[in-house]
Design a protein around this ligand. Sequence first.
Ligand code: UDP
Length: 469
Amino acid sequence: MGSEPPMPHVLMISFPGQGHVNPLLRLAKQIAAKGVLITFSTTSDTGHKIISSSDHVVSADDGVPVGNGQLRFEFLNLNWDKNDQKHVLEESMLNLDTLGPAAFADLIRKQSMARRPVTYVVNNPFIPWAVDVATDMGIPCAVLWVQSCAVFSTYYHYHHGLGEFPAETNPNISVCLPGIPTMTPEEIPSFLLPSSPYKSLTKAILEQFRNINKASRVFVNSFTELEPEAIDAISKYAQLIPVGPLVEQEDNSGSNLRGDLIKATDCLEWLDRQAPHSVIYISLGSIVTLTKEEMAEMAHALTTNGRPFLWVVRPDCRELLPQGFHEEVKGRGMVVGWSPQESVLNHSSTGCFLTHCGWNSVLETLTAGVPVIAYPQWGDQVTDAKFLVDIYKVGVRLKAPVQRNALHAAIEEVMDGSGAKGMKENAAKWKETANTAVAKGGSSDRNIQAFVDEVMKRAAGGVHSFLQV
Ligand code: UDP
């Protein structure tokens, strides 16, 4: 290896879900741009989807240049059914828990054999075993929390029995936690409710807190200016390091590397033809599925409302659209299976975003300055909706199950109602603050730079993991 210091190499491993891949890949690109080699990993079936949805061919060994560094993909070799949708949630967690650790240890060893030993591991939630594997092999590990600090804090308090939460015997109490506005039972992450049907998901989420102290850093996809009280209050238990909002950077040379699991349809030309701030953009993320009745109510409201709209109806939901809908709205509405969401939100024709309030969508809309109609379904989405409407004041809440008149009223309120001007002004303020946080020298950029400095120092000092194989 001569006297040349080995190249700093960060191995990132993501849970196989869109809401996890996107923020981790965006963090990967920002770290790479500062002069680091990144290997981005997830399960091979998800990796296959990323590669086949991309216009760019990225082979396993060749990295692509991103700023001053490089980004390469190499996936975990796991044997499971590629087409089973259920893998996205509960079953995939069980399978990953069983098969993941050994496959991940193998991947780390392979890096040493290929003379690019791993300096640092970064993983995201739902795969806490990545922290165990890395630390057992003597490699420092950082975790990227992909939801808000407020949600982290809520789960943390619940897991450690700090504070009172709704229980079978007391289901209606509100939750009061330091640094977070009081939350009603409908506003805490729904997995913590005694009535939640997703018990194994709750278990998996809380499992993060078993070994999070082993991680040498806990990054969070948020920014100091967005959640100052929540970050400050939880710091007595866990030091959260904001590195967000993790959005595509315009000047990032790797910005054409996306983590889509479904190929996006180009709808930007259609948006170009619409009037400024006129389009209602509707997307419920990668998992939420509405009932046929909800789809019919939504379709009816969009048909009669008269405004142009862009509706993401994933391929697995397409058959839920009412018959004849496409013909009825031809010319005024566009339905796509997947959109380049950030480009849509940043397009000047987009007027508002009907969102399920997944945390990535929340940050993307704040960064683009687009007001919302918040339509949360479960999990942290309900908490995020509260923040969007009551704290950030950038939108209105739509109650589930959606009714045509309620949707119609919500659209009018956000686009033209008495509060619309205020919401737009608030959204514009968040846009500026969010973009400043990630710009060079901003609060989140400084946190990323400090991490890169540590990685460089470790690599240069030969504090290099697992050279022996
Ligand atoms: N997304 C996209 N195109 C779409 C719908 C969603 O690119 O048509 C992206 C969106 O920008 C976000 C992610 O998919 O980064 C969804 O994550 P989020 O946390 O909002 O929701 P989840 O899918 O995890 O429920």
